[in-house]
Design a binder for this molecule. Structure first.
Ligand SMILES: NC(=O)c1ccc[n+]([C@@H]2O[C@H](COP(=O)([O-])OP(=O)(O)OC[C@H]3O[C@@H](n4cnc5c(N)ncnc54)[C@H](O)[C@@H]3O)[C@@H](O)[C@H]2O)c1
Length: 480
């Protein structure tokens, strides 16, 4: 029986391995992690991450051919194929701080693999890593190998949170990079054989190692660039009276462009886009390509601009101050159908409003109070370290209350900011909300999900991103 071990039981490792176990009953899959709480949660009824369809898959395989364990060394030493899916956060200090990937967790995983291995292994990079990481890992492994043969493959993960299970069951492509040697090709074939249990052969692409590593960074940079492009247009739409939804619909009809990823919003978030672009920028700079680096940097600058613009709209519409005013924040996760808050635009928007001394009442159907307080008191980039290594702020943010109901959040509020596109926010009883708010009552829709006309009929002053402005807002330009 082929044995697979995955180091890192996170958003990628957990769902990916669950689907491999589901589709390959003849393979034994062990997911290991240094976080005891995370592994305990994977073994309980309350999984550590929320992802539609995940619970079902885990329940079908757990205890049969899918195991979650903290016994990292045992499972690594027994495995034929080892996936490494640990955190690769942005460095916060030293060389490349603020841009380069921090490979501390990766390196310690590689050293441990070298220490405990007694047989040949295929080591698969699942984490998103800088180009040429495989070479560094190869050096660590071969210099400590005791004669064991290690083949390194790059198999970046393209799943999107919120649709992870569907993405894994029906991937657009599976990318496997390996050495162009006979042993390298054999290793590629072994991993292809795993995916071939359910992925059509023409969707499994084999490349060299560096192309696979770079393709992942490039794909995320292209996706984020689309969002920043439409968000840049949204500012121009507001200035000219155009409607960004109509513009992106018209643009997306061009088959060369396509309709996906063209929704204007308060900005992109998630653990990957910003981190991977910063990483790409750093690699460009290290390779003497400042023009290319600056091109990609702009994608992040526009994202920051969009979040600032949103905060400025809120403050300037409300007589230039939100000091002491209650603002309801609906949605904190970086997008719907996930509880993940890493790099969520809600953090910057909330911090911006708190900077102007607002009182916030936050509701998100999937994010806990502890997580929100932690996010609002954490330094940039700290969020992407393993949970148990993140600092817990001794003083929770006092101007913030977290509630478990949108009506409670909006009661007596002066304004409502919609920051995540949860479906339930589309069908709230906005008349009831209006009746219980202070007047004038404002709605700032950071995801363009409410029917602005209907809300205006009720009496709200409504700001929708990239849409013709409410007369109230017209004389209050929000320049970041
Ligand atoms: N989240 C996504 O949507 C996504 C998508 C594609 C790729 N990625 C990439 O995949 C990688 C993992 O991301 P994630 O979102 O799953 O992160 P995560 O923080 O959810 O999970 C990583 C896990 O690795 C564990 N870990 C760290 N060092 C370890 C070690 N030495 N031994 C054992 N366990 C260790 C941590 O405790 C943590 O549970 C990152 O490189 C990320 O960029 C993420």
């Amino acid at each position: 029986m082929v044995k697979i071990c995955c180091i890192g039981a996170g958003y990628v490792g957990g769902p990916t391995m669950a689907v491999i176990a589901l589709k390959c009953p003849s393979i034994e899959v062990a997911v290991v992690d240094i976080s005891i709480t995370r592994i305990n949660a994977w073994n309980s009824d309350q999984l550590p991450i929320y992802e539609p369809g995940l619970e079902d898959v885990v329940k079908q395989c757990r205890g049969k051919n899918l195991f979650f364990s903290t016994d990292v060394e045992k499972h690594v030493s027994e495995a034929d194929i080892i996936f490494v899916s640990v955190n690769t956060p942005t460095k916060t200090r030293g060389l490349g701080a603020g841009k380069a990937a921090d490979l501390t967790y990766w390196e310690s995983a590689a050293r441990m693999i070298a220490d405990v291995s007694k047989s040949n292994k295929i080591v698969v990079e699942k984490s998103t890593v800088p180009v040429k990481t495989a070479e560094a890992i190869e050096k660590i492994l071969t210099h400590n190998s005791k004669g064991i043969n290690f083949q390194i493959l790059s198999n970046p993960e393209f799943l999107a949170e919120g649709t992870a299970i569907q993405d894994l069951l029906k991937p657009d492509r599976v990318l496997i990079g390996g050495r162009e040697t006979p042993d390298g090709q054999k290793a590629i074939q072994a991993l292809k054989d795993v995916y071939a249990h359910w992925v059509p052969e023409d969707r499994i692409l084999a490349t060299n190692l560096w192309s696979a590593e770079l393709s992942k960074l490039a794909a995320n940079a292209f996706l984020a660039q689309r969002i920043s492009s439409v968000n840049a247009m949204s500012a121009l739409c507001e200035a000219t009276g155009a409607d960004v939804t109509q513009v992106s619909h018209a643009v997306g009809k061009d088959s060369r462009i396509g309709p996906k990823f063209l929704n204007a919003s308060v900005g992109f978030g998630g653990s990957c886009f910003q981190k991977d672009i910063l990483n790409l920028v750093y690699i460009c700079e290290c390779n003497g390509l400042p023009e290319v680096a600056n091109y990609w940097k702009q994608v992040i600058k526009v994202n920051d601009y969009q979040k600032n613009r949103f905060v400025n709209r809120v403050v300037s519409s409300m007589f230039n101050t939100v000091s002491g005013k209650k603002i309801a924040v609906l949605g904190f996760a970086f997008k719907k159908d996930t509880g993940d808050t890493r790099e969520t635009p809600a953090i910057d928007v909330c911090k911006g409003l708190l900077g102007d001394k607002a009182r916030l009442s936050i509701y998100d159907p999937q994010v806990s109070e502890e997580q929100i307080q932690r996010d609002l008191s954490m330094n940039k980039f700290d969020w992407d370290h393993p949970l148990h290594l993140q600092p817990l702020s001794p003083t929770a943010v006092k101007q913030v209350s977290v509630v478990w109901d949108a009506y409670e959040a909006t009661k007596d509020a002066h304004g409502v900011c919609i920051l995540t596109e949860w479906n339930e926010f589309k069908t709230l009883d906005y008349q009831r909300i209006y009746d219980n708010m202070r007047k004038p009552a404002f709605v700032f829709d950071g995801r363009n999900i409410v029917n602005a006309e209907k809300l205006r009929e009720i009496g709200f002053i409504v700001y929708s991103i990239g849409k013709p402005l409410d007369p109230w807002l017209e004389d209050m330009p929000a320049v970041a």
